[in-house]
Design a binder for this molecule. Sequence first.
Ligand code: PMV
Length: 318
Amino acid sequence: MPVIVGKAPGKIILFGEHAVVYGQPAIAIPVNSVKATAHIAPIIDSSQENVHIFAPDIGLNTILSKLDEDHPIAKAIGLTLEKIRINHIPAFSLQVTSTIPVAAGMGSGAAISVAIIRAVSGFFGISLPLDEVSAITFEVEKIHHGNPSGIDNTVVTYQRPILFMRENPIQFLKINLPIHWIIADSGEKTPTHKTVEGVRKLHASDITYYDEIFQKIGRIVTNARQALEDGDIDNLGLLMNENQRYLSKLEVTNPKLDSLIKAARSAGALGAKLSGGGKGGNIIALAQPNHCDDIEDALLTAGAVRIIRTILSDRGTA
Ligand code: PMV
C-alpha cells in the first residue's frame, strides 16, 4: 500500500463572525498559503493491530487506543472509519503537520480534521464526498468550539469562497477581480469557545438590542457579497470598518487588535477588522496592491507576530 496524503487549507472569515452563530450570513475564504497535511503509511511487520499517531507540532507521539475517544484526532479517525464501515483496522502510522497558526481564527482545527479524514478514507481506497467530509469535521469542531456555526468545516472542506448561513445551502461566491488581503496575527490567543460564550451572555442580557446588532451585521454581509462580486473594493473596505464597529459592541476586540487595525488603516488599508473569534488571533486588512508593503511594515511595527498575504480571485486564493 502506498503512502496516502490528505491536505486542507487554512481559512479566514471576511465578514459576519459571531452573528453567524445566531443565523446571520457570513463570508469566509480559504487561505491556500497555509495548510494541514496528514500522511498515512501501512505498518507492514507490526505484530499488533494498531494506529500510531505522530503530531510533532503538538508534541503528540502515541497510539490510537491510548487517546481519549473525544480527542479531536481520535474522533476524526473514529468517525471516518465508522462512515466508511471499517471494523477491522490494519496497523498504520498517521503523521499530522500543519503550517496554520493555532487558535488564531485560521481554521487550524478544522483543516487538521479534513486532512485526517481525507487520508484515512483514502488509505482504504475511498474518496468521501465533500458534504460527508464537512459533516464529520463539524462533529469534531464541536469538541473545539462547543457550539460551532459550521462555517470553518465548510470553507476548509470546499476550498472556495463561500457565503455561509446555518441551515441553508452553501453559496459559492464569484469574485470579480483579484483582491489583496493582509492577515496579521496579534500573537494573543483566546479560544473561540470563550468569546462565543461571552457573546452568548451579552445576548442573553438584552436579546432585542443584540439581535438588532446581529441583523445589522447580516446586512453588512449581504452588501459585502455584492461588493465582492462587483469588485467594488472601496465599498468593501468601508463595510469591513462598519463590521468592526459592531464587533466592538459585541466586546470581542481588544487593545492589541484595535492598534493593529488602526495601523493598517493609517498605512493605507481600505478597511480592516478582526477576524474569527476575536480577543486575539488575527486582523485582516484590505489593500490596494501598491500599499501592501507599507501596510505590512506598519503592522509589524505595531506588534504583529506574523503576516500572511493572500490574493483572492475567482480561482480561490493564492
Ligand atoms: O475563531 P474562528 O475563526 O474559528 O471563528 C469562529 C467564528 C465564530 O463565528 C466566532 C464562531 C462560529 O462557530 O462561527
